[in-house]
Design a protein around this ligand. Structure first.
Ligand SMILES: [Zn+2]
Length: 217
């Protein structure tokens, strides 16, 4: 079985300008220049580097790392999805879990969660407009848009209904009317497959407040 330290060592083999730094009671902190090249089929190629701190918690991959940009290369604005303390808002918690599904390693996290963010950021910084890997608003509205995309539904009402379905037991949800307004019960609509795949990634408690709260924990 791979250990956390083997995993981090593997990651550092590919990120040779990063290193482990002291400074936390738990987990592992990696700092340095993070380099990447992305050549997506549907967008321009980007090669870039950012000075980052990646705080890998002991609970990884169940709990995802917190990533900060250290050089102010990215202005710390909501538009850039960077918090005032430099931490990057890589996506909604649910969106990140979905992106990480089946992923175990720090390299998986880097490829699926971090590089897409930095790719979009590099394009924005270089003045190239475009919406790659799904551009979102910062904060609660962005989370809600992300939910809509993840659920694959078209309206806000349907998005909200999906979160309600996820907050109740599968057996009960399958008997309710389907959020996609197909007129069937959820259990009879293909949407239930997507809902169930999300059930396997995050606990029901994530959605318990459902209707009242638009931002997940
Ligand atoms: Zn349906």
């Amino acid at each position: 079985m791979r250990t956390a330290s083997t995993d981090i060592a593997d990651f550092l083999l590919h990120q040779i300008e990063m290193e482990i730094v002291p400074g936390r009671h738990s987990g592992t902190v990696i700092e340095g220049l993070f380099s990447f090249s992305a050549m997506p089929k549907d967008g321009p190629s980007v090669t870039d580097r950012f000075r980052l701190r990646i705080a890998v918690p002991d609970g990884f991959p169940r709990t995802l790392p917190e990533v900060s940009e250290l050089n102010h290369k990215i202005a710390r604005t909501a538009e850039n999805h960077v918090n005032p303390d430099g931490t990057l808002c890589l996506g909604s918690p649910l969106g990140l879990r979905v992106a990480m599904a089946g992923g175990q390693s720090l390299s998986d996290f880097s490829d699926r969660c971090l590089v897409p963010f930095l790719y979009a950021t590099s394009l924005r910084l270089s003045g190239q407009l475009g919406f790659y890997f799904g551009e979102l608003d910062h904060g609660a509205d962005g989370v809600f848009q992300d939910y809509k995309r993840i659920f694959g539904v078209t309206t806000e009402a349907a998005t909200l209904m999906c979160t309600q379905m996820l907050s109740i037991k599968k057996r009960v949800a399958n008997k309710r009317q389907c959020p996609c307004s197909c007129g069937r019960r959820l259990g009879k609509c293909p949407l239930h497959l997507r809902i169930n795949s999300i059930r396997s990634l995050v606990p029901r408690s994530w959605f318990l407040v459902g209707q009242a709260r638009r931002t997940p924990p």
